[in-house]
Design a protein around this ligand. Structure first.
Ligand code: ADP
Ligand code: ASP
Ligand code: MG
Length: 436
């Protein structure tokens, strides 16, 4: 029987299985690799656009509904794609079994739409692989203690894949597990290449840097998959479904300055990366999150009790509040906070309880968060000044702003995001034709 460390978890995103033609060509490629001796466990997302289509149907009936029925609905896209890919593999003479989370024991907590994985039983998977049956696992979904179907949050199939790799590593007592994430871009770039045409590929980066980029909205990887990778020392190789070449390695901290000798050999030894930068660039990436909404509340009761109770209520509902600004003036306390678009309905429910007069709550939708990030910012003064100067030059109004040691973020109108991202990318010397 194979040991867990012989097995490679490979995850394919929505575009990779976005049509019957794409599923057929993916099956061709996988069949070739399997015949050449690879032992994959495949994780698949829903066909591109499908999860959005399912959400839109629920929202037509009740835009504020969240809960078990909603998760059951939005998890169904993955059921279709794993079944289709299994059929395509079987047509090519490969034994394949599609598996839903409940069949596999992907156990989660009960937080609908943002469930966290508690445990995964890898024995059934190892058993299938030992019989030369390729498991094709539904990403994004889990099952809670009440047997409800749960989902892990948008983009959560990455987390299913890395959690599986972590569970295999733990089972094998191995620290060399790799998880391959195949997507529609060939690498992680210094900015979303669809937005900033002069974005550059990043050959490798640490989990810490990738987490920061994901936290700031770079949807190329789900943030929680990077957290799991860091914790269980799983190496993530993000690469293209459509081009056969190496992409970006995201490496746990201790391996951060190392790069695999050969991306094709998943268990290859490590050698020092030759192109280590002697000094970090000040800003290493520009990220954006196009799904931001801002709630402005005025006036709210003075003092911090109101704030504590409101944010506690939001947290209990599973709302992730991002930027918060608060100020006192002669006519009352003003509060603004940003959330992602998906959290608008739950935020509204919480606010109904706390703000008796709806006229005191304004929601600004269609906003985006733009950020510059880089550990090199820690020791360089003046980054904020340059950031604001760029936005001022472009006449881009800022709703709210937040900074930390290694990032600056501003919430701006969605329609201005491209010009702001391009201008910041140039300002901080990240453009493809700048010296690196
Ligand atoms: P998948 O369906 O394969 O999971 P996603 O759409 O979730 O794919 O993520 C891939 C997308 O992430 C790319 O198409 C790209 O537009 C976007 N993206 C955002 N920021 C970056 C970045 N810094 N580098 C590469 N891609 C990025
Ligand atoms: N299908 C889910 C989504 O669209 C999960 C994923 O793609 O990773 O969010
Ligand atoms: Mg994704």
């Amino acid at each position: 029987m194979e040991t867990a460390s012989d097995i490679l978890v490979k995850k394919y995103g929505g575009t990779s299985v976005g049509s019957i033609e794409r599923i057929e060509s993916l099956a061709d490629r996988l069949a070739k690799e399997i015949r050449a001796g690879q032992k994959p466990i495949i994780v698949v997302s829903a066909m591109s656009g499908e999860t959005n289509r399912l959400i839109a149907m629920a929202e037509k009936i009740d835009p504020d509904h969240r809960g078990a029925a909603y998760d059951m609905l939005i998890a169904s896209g993955e059921q279709v794609s794993i079944a289709l890919l299994a059929i395509a593999l079987q047509k090519r003479g490969i034994k394949a079994q599609p598996l839903l989370a409940y069949q596999l024991g992907i156990r989660t907590d009960a937080t609908a739409s943002k469930a966290r994985i508690h445990s995964i039983d890898v024995e059934p998977l190892l058993h299938l692989v030992a019989q030369d049956i390729v498991p094709v696992v539904a990403g994004f979904q889990g099952v809670d203690d009440e047997k409800n179907i749960t989902t892990l949050g948008r983009g959560g199939s990455d987390t299913t894949a890395v959690a599986l790799a972590a569970a295999l590593a733990a089972h094998a007592g191995s620290s060399s597990q790799t998880c391959e994430i195949y997507t529609d871009v060939p690498a992680v770039f210094t900015a979303d290449p669809r937005l900033v045409s002069r974005a550059r590929e990043i050959p490798s980066l640490s989990c810490e840097e990738m987490m920061e980029m994901a936290a700031l909205g770079s949807k190329v990887l789900h943030i929680r998959c990077v957290e799991i990778a860091a914790k269980y020392r799983v190496k993530i190789h993000l690469r293209s479904t459509f081009e056969e070449r190496e992409g970006t390695w995201i490496l746990p901290e201790e391996l951060g300055e190392m790069k695999p000798m050969n991306g094709k050999n998943v268990n290859s030894k490590f050698e020092p990366k030759v192109n280590i930068k002697i000094e970090q660039p000040v800003v290493s990436a520009v990220t954006h999150d196009a799904n931001t909404a801002v709630f402005n509340l005025f006036p709210v009761p003075r003092g911090s009790t109101f704030l504590a109770e409101l944010f506690d209520n939001l947290a209990k509902r599973g709302v992730v509040v991002d930027i918060i600004t608060q100020s006192e003036s002669a006519d009352g306390q003003r509060l603004s906070f940003s959330v992602t678009k998906e959290d608008i309905p739950l935020s509204r429910l919480a606010l109904k309880e706390f703000m008796a007069d709806p006229a005191h709550v304004t929601l600004i939708e269609n906003m985006a968060k733009i950020s510059v990030v880089g550990v090199g910012m820690r020791n360089h003064p003046g980054v904020a000044a340059r950031f604001f100067a760029v936005l001022a030059r472009k006449n881009v109004p800022i709703q709210i702003v937040t900074t930390s040691e290694i990032k600056i973020s501003a919430v701006i109108d969605q329609s201005r995001i491209k010009e702001a991202a391009e201008a910041l990318h140039s300002e901080f010397g990240l453009d493809a034709n700048d010296a690196s």
